[in-house]
Design a protein around this ligand. Structure first.
Ligand code: NAI
Ligand code: 13P
Length: 375
């Protein structure tokens, strides 16, 4: 056993509750269990809970992966949270308000709550921890984010994440710093490596915006625009993440970390990503109704293209890639037209955000070119 893991064991939480037994909740629960914690995983589906406890499998979300021994699962939220020293909330971003309201009822006082979903709420424009702060006040809040496909993490392939925390109170050891360090220790194994940060906003913005950029990259891939274009979108997308993070009070350098460029690179270049796959299918000409053969799949960037651009507009910040994805998912513009408008933006200094101009002379030619390439 390495020194790092021995040190981590001393700081680690003993009892952790994980809320949400989908792909990522189950993978994180498995990591915490392998790191030596006692873990109770809440599943709203009885068959999933039963399969985890008795078969060490989650056949619906992580087929073929053997989970660690002793991982408990339950359909009772109260039981999952009973005695928990820390809680990981791992349901899709659109459910975080109701889930955290329920969690607040049963989570022991003082237990920090960590958001593991990626997104921004419609109407309020709040990040995940902002929502949790409203529903579960007076708690230390944190998030776990980074380049992490659940299947790889659950199969114990090397994975690194950022854990960020904040709290309003201070002390000799600020409680949020301690919580971040303790959660990092609780998730440290030979294959899982957390890094800590105190820039909650910067970390959460990276996770939310990268899903939208991944849709854009998927569309390009599906329409066979080539890899030069993808590299350009990733780079310009990183700029959009940075601009929004900074405007909201996050730090520029966080964007160059795991939760920023790390997650952006991963999600924008792999069909393991649901957001990238969704975009790819749309780029191949598959209609909104027929993507994923009509099956319900969590594609947060679709909704977040709207929530993020709404938020950016409030701050008079222009996010051209997110605006383009919004125009496509809302059906305001056909894909070729939306890309052409984006691509024909006036030339300006590279570090600045690009501006869309509907009068740019290159627009018509670019639009024709893109329409030619599209199916
Ligand atoms: N799958 C992945 O590789 C990763 C996912 N994430 C994030 O984790 C979050 C969850 O995603 P996944 O686990 O992949 O989704 P998933 O679709 O695999 O599972 C979602 C789970 O949440 C449960 N759920 C939905 N609504 C609920 C509610 N109201 N109460 C209790 N449980 C509820 C579902 O029953 C299901 O078990 C998302 O925000 C996603 O962005 C983050 C990193 C990696
Ligand atoms: O967040 C993820 C990887 O870090 C998972 O991405 P998708 O939701 O696109 O599958």
């Amino acid at each position: 056993m390495s020194n790092t893991i021995q040190r981590a064991e001393q700081l680690s939480y003993e009892e952790i509750a994980v809320i949400g037994a989908g792909a990522w909740g189950t993978a994180l629960a498995a990591v915490a269990r392998r790191a030596g914690c006692s873990v109770r995983l809440f599943s709203r589906d009885a068959a999933t809970a039963e399969a985890i406890v008795n078969g060490r499998q989650n056949p619906r979300y992580l087929p073929g992966i053997t989970l660690p021994e002793g991982l408990m699962a339950t359909t009772s939220l109260e039981q999952a949270l009973d005695g928990a020293e820390a809680v990981l909330i791992v349901t899709p971003s659109g459910t975080i308000r109701t889930v955290s309201r329920d969690v607040a009822q049963f989570a022991p006082e003082g237990a920090p709550l960590f958001a593991c979903a990626k997104g921004i709420e419609a109407q309020t424009g709040l990040l995940m921890t902002g929502i949790i702060a409203e529903e579960a006040p007076n708690r230390v809040l944190g998030c776990v984010s980074g380049p992490t496909f659940a299947t790889e993490t659950a199969a114990q392939q090397p994975t690194a994440v950022t854990i960020a925390c904040t709290s309003s109170s201070a002390g000799p050891v600020p409680p949020h710093k301690l919580a971040a360090a303790r959660m990092a220790a609780s998730l440290t194994t030979d294959s899982f490596r957390p890094y800590v940060s105190d820039d909650l906003i910067g970390v959460e913005i990276g996770g939310a915006v990268k899903n939208v950029i991944a849709i854009a990259c998927g569309i390009l891939d599906g329409a066979q625009f080539g890899e030069n274009a993808r590299a350009a979108l990733i780079t310009r997308g990183l700029n959009e993440i940075k601009e929004l993070a900074v405007v909201l009070g996050g730090r520029r350098e966080t964007v160059t970390g795991l939760s920023g460029i790390g997650d952006l690179m991963l999600t924008c270049s792999s069909t393991k990503s649901r957001n990238f796959s969704y975009g790819r299918q749309r780029g191949q000409g598959i209609s909104e109704a027929d993507v994923f053969d009509g099956k319900p799949v969590v594609v947060e960037g679709r909704e977040n293209a709207i929530t993020i651009t709404d938020l950016a507009r409030r701050y008079r910040l222009h996010m051209p890639i997110c605006e383009m994805v919004r125009a496509i998912v809302e059906g305001q513009q056909p894909i070729g037209e939306a890309f052409a408008a984006f691509w024909a933006a006036p030339i300006e200094a590279e570090p600045r955000a690009m501006q869309i101009s509907i009068t740019h002379p290159a627009e018509t030619a670019a639009q024709e070119k893109f329409e030619e390439l599209l199916p």
